[in-house]
Design a protein around this ligand. Structure first.
Ligand SMILES: [Zn+2]
Length: 243
């Protein structure tokens, strides 16, 4: 595999998604794969795929190749989802960070990227970092006391990252995720994923629909949290319009 071949794979997806004028992709030998990311500047989505883990790109295994392709497709799905929004909805979401609508949008976008990329380039649970309990513990921790020391944005972003970890685990390792946990945990996680799947089939949503999705998803997560901890959990999401 060469950079040229990777670029060709990305190019073909960009054509399929009609993204040629809105995306710039770059393969970065100084970044690790897990540092792959996308940043929006103006009307262009700049995507960086880290390839530092692969010392010699020409000699990578089929699994590694599958993994890079999965990352390329994943990031391009984010770009596609973003540009599929109506201008007005897009502006509203960008300008209303840390709201239910912003949260609903972010997690549905992530669900869609993991789900679809995995249908084309299937990955296994081996690719996951950490273990099953980490996700559960993170949510449990959020119900235990007011989290401080960081900015509201960092805490909101951390909450989003826990949700994202839950989603990827559900997609790659559903059986283990739902094994050996309390009934409430299983019920909450299942409900959360059902709500995502339902909205996924209706994408792109309007701002109002993202807002109501965000509200439903938070109440699904609250099923995981003991009654006495619900209030503090809600506070710790740092979603501004959650009450
Ligand atoms: Zn993503």
């Amino acid at each position: 595999m060469t950079i040229k071949e990777l670029e060709k794979i990305a190019y073909d997806i960009e054509i399929e998604f009609e993204l040629l004028n809105n995306v710039q992709i770059n393969f970065d030998e100084n970044k690790e794969d897990k540092e792959s990311c996308a940043i929006l500047k103006g009307d262009i989505y700049y995507i960086r795929i880290g390839i530092k883990d692969y010392n010699d790109l020409e000699k990578i295994t089929n699994e590694q190749c599958n993994h890079i392709c999965n990352s390329i497709l994943h990031e391009l799905i984010h770009a596609r989802n973003f540009f599929s929004l109506q201008n007005e909805e897009r502006e509203k979401i960008i300008n209303n960070k840390m709201t239910l609508a912003h949260y609903g949008w972010k997690v549905l976008d992530e669900y869609s990227a993991y789900k679809e990329a995995n249908q084309v380039y299937p990955e296994t649970a081996d690719e996951l970092n950490g273990n099953v309990d980490d996700v559960f513990k993170a949510f449990e921790h959020m119900g235990k006391g007011i989290l401080i020391k960081e900015s509201d944005w960092n805490l909101y972003d951390a909450f989003y990252n826990y949700c994202s970890a839950l989603i990827v685990r559900y997609i790659l390792d559903k059986q283990n995720l739902l094994k050996e946990n309390t009934e409430n945990y299983k019920r909450g996680v299942k409900k959360y994923m059902e709500d995502l799947e339902y909205s996924y089939n209706k994408m792109p949503l309007t701002y109002k629909q993202y807002e109501s999705l965000g509200r439903r998803l938070v109440s699904d997560l609250l099923i995981l949290v003991p009654e006495k901890s619900k209030k503090v959990f809600k506070y710790n999401t740092h979603i501004r319009d959650l009450n």
